[in-house]
Write a new protein. Structure first.
Length: 338
């Protein structure tokens, strides 16, 4: 007899659309447009939103107005505003904003080719930099205890990434943290280029759980090849409760593509779609704390702002909960007429 998987009672969704979602868009949204989108996301109940990044404007022009966006953020009780930084200058700017929640996160990439395309530095360079980052976080009063692993499932340039390789990178980082008086507490596994499948998710999450049972796991899934929701379900079956997602399925990685449109590989477009993930969870009886109808409105707003169709499904097909309410109302009305 097959045992049914045990899913978590609730999940926490981190909205990354205003940063990761918009960084690949050809249109640069104004400060007012970004604030309108962020406000719509907050109105849907999201309480952790990535709103911008402190990076070189010439590298990611879509994020050049992040300081102005962050300064204009509304005051919302219980809200956590997140931002990305890639160097200590960005870290100081994030701290100086006094709006961004600070996190002592280290970052490593499981692909040598991709990390060089993304940062012009290699894996060994990243490890060599970690003690300096640990020191910088401590100097800022932060605990360095979090790790993000990019390209954790596969790479457009190097192919499949073995689970053992990723575990080795995590273990090396954990040792470095221990040597510097800290320890790994949180881990974000990113399917940066859309290579994951449910079996691979189970294997990697299972390997992490076996070695670091107390570490909190978050997943950052891309829907480049249409597998993001299937991968999310596999993660839910492993007890993962935290997911990055982007409204409408916005986003992707601008450094993951190469070659011509016919013979090469396009950028890894599309994060897992927020409202689609929420709809799936709620249909499975998993609480999200979010208003799906308002998420659909936010997705439609995002589509208007970027000026083209987005890949989200529920924003087009509608939520089953709304259809059930309509059907129940119609049935009640018909019964009352009898």
């Amino acid at each position: 007899m097959t045992t049914a998987p045990t899913y978590p009672r609730s999940v926490h969704i981190i909205e990354v659309g205003p940063r990761d979602g918009l960084q690949i868009e050809p249109k640069v949204l104004t400060v007012a447009e970004k604030i309108e989108l962020i406000g719509a996301l907050a109105a849907a109940g999201l309480r952790e939103i990535e709103v911008g990044s402190f990076v070189k404007p010439d590298a990611v022009p879509q994020m050049a107005n992040s300081p102005e966006v962050i300064a204009a953020l509304p005051e919302i009780a219980g809200m956590t505003w997140r931002a990305l930084w890639l160097n200590t200058r960005g870290l100081e700017l994030a701290r100086a904003s006094r709006r961004i929640a600070m996190e002592g996160r280290l970052t490593i990439t499981a692909s040598e080719t991709f990390i060089r395309r993304n940062t012009n530095r290699g894996i060994e360079d990243a490890f060599a930099d970690m003690p300096r980052w640990i020191e910088a976080y401590r100097a800022a009063g932060m605990v360095p205890d979090s790790l993000g692993v990019m390209a954790a499932f596969g790479c457009n340039f190097e192919g499949d990434v073995p689970v053992e390789h990723v575990i080795g990178l995590i273990a090396r980082t954990d040792r470095l943290l221990l040597e510097n008086g800290s320890r790994l507490a949180a881990l974000r596994l990113a399917d940066t280029m859309g290579w994951a499948n449910p079996l691979h998710v189970r294997r990697l999450v299972g390997a992490v759980r076996e070695r670091w049972p107390e570490v909190e796991i978050k997943l950052h899934l891309h829907d480049t090849r249409g597998a993001a929701l299937a991968n999310a379900v596999a993660a839910l079956e492993m007890g993962v409760r935290q997911f990055d997602a982007a409204i409408g399925g916005l986003g992707g990685c601008p450094f993951a593509g190469f070659g011509s449109a016919s013979g090469g590989v396009p950028p890894a477009v599309g994060n897992v779609c927020t409202e689609d993930l929420v709809a799936l969870c709620e249909e499975m009886g998993i609480e999200t704390g979010l208003d799906l109808d308002k998420l659909v409105e936010a997705a439609q707003l995002a589509e208007r702002l970027v000026g083209h169709a987005l890949p989200g499904k529920v924003m087009k097909g509608g939520s089953l909960a709304r259809l059930r309410r309509r059907a129940q109302s119609a049935t009640a009305t018909a019964a009352a007429r009898c």
